[in-house]
Every structure is written in C-alpha cells, then in structure tokens.
Design a protein around this ligand. Structure first.
Ligand SMILES: Cc1cc2nc3c(=O)[nH]c(=O)nc-3n(C[C@H](O)[C@H](O)[C@H](O)COP(=O)(O)O)c2cc1C
Length: 215
C-alpha cells in the first residue's frame, strides 16, 4: 500500500507549529487519495546512542544490509523507500537542522544502500518522490537582511539529493518569536501549502486557515 511518510523533528513533536501545517498537507493528500496510509516518524526522542561505534564500524566496512548494526537504519530507509510522499516538519536550530534530524540523516545516508558513487559522484539509489519541508524559525531566515545565516536549506537539499530526491519544496514559518509576525507567517505558510500542486488542497482546508488567522 502506498504511504505518506511524516517526519517530525521539533522537540514539541506533533504540537509544533511546523507539524500542524505539515499535517494539513497530509490531510490534503489523503483527501485526494484515501488509500494512502500514514507512517509517522517523530524524531524528537532519538538520542545520540542510535549511532554507536558498531554502526560506524559497519558503515565503514560496507557490511550488508542485514548486519545487526543496521536495524534502525534499515527501518528508516525503508520508510523512505515505501513513501509515495514525504512531509518533514523541522525547526531551525543554530542555523541548521536540529540534532535529531542530523541523526536521521546519519542513519539514512548509507554508502552502497541509499547512495553510491558513480564516476566519483555520490548518486542516489532510493528514487525521487515529492517532499515538503516545513521549516520553522524564531528569527527571519529567507530575507536578505535576515541577520543570521541559513545552513539548513542548502544542506538539506544536498542531503535529499544524495539519496536521489530532488522534487522538494520548502515552506518557511519565520520570525515565530514575534507573536504578530508568527500569525502572519503561519497564515502565509498555510496558503503556500494550499497552493502547492502536489501537497495543496483539492478540498476544503478552511480549518487550518481559521486556526492560523487566530494565531
Ligand atoms: C536549541 C535551539 C536553537 C535555535 N536556533 C535558532 C536559530 O538558529 N535561528 C532561529 O531563527 N531560531 C532558532 N531557534 C528557534 C526555533 O527555530 C523555534 O523556536 C521553532 O522553530 C519553533 O517552531 P515549532 O513550533 O515548529 O517548534 C532555536 C531554538 C532552539 C530550541
């Protein structure tokens, strides 16, 4: 059965503002195709211990996929492989992805499994599929005068490209530290998702717009 993979990387999990908008995209996809199953992967509880030395040893020794150290890595890679669509709700933490999403990256980008060098260039093995990345941030990110660097967008684009995914759109909820700006950002983010040809609404998405307007 085709699925939607919903990845949550905020410490607030499903209660985060990014997750709320990503959930709307999931609802839109399921309204268009009710047969789509939902697989939720909340990364907020991942700890550094998911990458022990046995995992590093197995990666560097190019062990086969059924090696015991690859258990969680295989699970996460298969979730991506099985997903027809992927939504990722991530905060910006110190200019880039939060630590839990970096752990996911270190488990999913695996030599000879999700990518392999072709003529010396790392090439994705998982196949392309539409991905929506909702980025939340306390400050401004996309403006010329944002006042802080953005090491998330380019980096995460390269990460997805490494495994073969280039059909990616980013939606930014910026300056959430300011309550007035936050309401505006959430309403604009909701609108951007509604208008997306893949993740947008085919039906009625009034609830999230009403919710956003009250923020
Ligand atoms: C450890 C940490 C680091 C953060 N670093 C940044 C940052 O570099 N830039 C920024 O604009 N906001 C930063 N923030 C603010 C978060 O991005 C913001 O609180 C979060 O995105 C809120 O969205 P959410 O409701 O989806 O979790 C940081 C927050 C935390 C907890």
């Amino acid at each position: 059965m085709a699925s939607i993979l919903s990845i949550l990387a905020s410490p607030y999990g499903a209660a985060s503002r990014g997750a709320t908008l990503a959930a709307q995209a999931v609802a839109n996809l399921q309204a268009a195709d009710p047969s789509l199953a939902l697989v939720e992967r909340d990364l907020s509880t991942l700890s550094r211990s998911v990458i022990p030395s046995s995992y590093a040893d197995a990666v560097l020794a190019r062990q086969p996929s059924d090696h015991p150290a690859f258990g969680l890595s295989e699970t996460l890679i298969r979730e991506v492989e099985d997903a027809a669509f992927i939504t990722i709700a991530t905060p910006m933490h110190n200019y880039t992805v939060p630590a839990c999403l970096k752990l996911w990256i270190d488990l999913v980008l695996r030599h000879s499994r999700s990518f392999a060098p072709v003529n010396g260039v790392k090439t994705g093995l998982l196949g392309d599929r539409p991905v929506l990345v909702v980025v939340t941030s306390g400050g401004a990110v996309t403006a010329q005068d944002a006042g802080q660097p953005d090491h998330l967008t380019g980096y995460f684009t390269d990460v997805l490209s490494t495994i073969g995914i280039s059909d990616v759109r980013f939606v930014y909820l910026e300056a959430l530290v300011n309550p007035v700006q936050a309401g505006k950002a959430i309403a604009e983010g909701a609108k951007a998702i509604l208008q997306d040809p893949v993740f947008g609404s085919r039906q009625d998405s009034v609830p999230v717009m009403a919710w956003a307007a009250n923020k």
